[in-house]
Design a protein around this ligand. Sequence first.
Ligand code: FDA
Length: 304
Amino acid sequence: MPLRRTLLYLSRHPALRGWTETSPLARSLSSRFVAGSTLEEAIAVCIRLRAEGITTTLDYLGEHVKSPGEAQACRDMYLRMLHAMRAAAVEPNVSVKLSQFGIDISASECVANVELLVGKAAEVGGFVRIDMESSAYTERTLEIAARLHERYAACGVVIQSYLYRSGADVAKATAQGMRIRLCKGAYLESSSVAYETKAQVDHSYATLAGYLLSADRYPAIATHDERIIQTVRRFADRHGIGRDRFEFQMLYGIRRDLQKQLVDAGYRLRLYVPFGEAWYPYFMRRLAERPANLLFLARNLLKR
Ligand code: FDA
């Protein structure tokens, strides 16, 4: 736990970020979790995964932009992503962060940026998932997602099982008809808002997953946790919930063995495929999830 907290603290360190993202060595180490720097590279990964029976959601890496111009540039990249996915006959499905679309600068401009994207996704039969960031953003993110969802079915949101509030949020968002991706939560949170032990977070996850599966709004069960995946599979079987009524989701580069098992067993699986230059915070969150990844890093550094 202390190592996780240290890595999450460092994930927000601007100087370390600047140094790491410009280091060719660090870049090559990040390639385990990041599909490439360009949209073309990311699309090539989507096409390869499609051939393996896996669908994708593309994420253009970046968060906490500093100017309206930067937010608009991100929005424009996302519009290009929808177009490129469609042109490659890949389902146009993207994941965005509101801090990348300018929520810290102007809430109204941020909403306008996301609305343009969701409108385009609706037009091309695509989907926009609004990722969930730290708890400082939870209320605003849910509110904006609900507002957009009133106008477009083509958007959904993420709920984190580590937050105490998530039971109420899941009930509300489900009642609003929103499609939810359930994950455990990847940010540094205090015990005043979030469970601290893995057992508590997992228990909350299993409870919320059962609720979402029963509510039948095509939930995304986003985890690499084998025990939870088994629980979800058993729950779905017991309640006669078909394999087309939900999907599992995992992150690019994590538990490829488990990904293959699920696809072979006939489950739907979507991978979250990040690309771009601003990979440092994402990469550090992946290290924090499994500090054993530091050994993998060290081994690769020693090999050079
Ligand atoms: P847990 O961390 O308990 O890990 C279970 C097992 O999975 C580990 O024992 C290990 O085998 C494997 N594993 C997990 N992480 C690994 C890693 N980094 N490297 C190697 N192996 C690993 N979070 C958030 O706050 N907001 C969001 O919007 C999203 N979005 C999102 C989308 C998708 C598709 C996924 C899969 C996850 C997210 N997350 C997220 C991240 C999520 O909150 C969580 O941090 C990670 O999924 C890790 O938690 P697990 O559920 O895998 O369980």
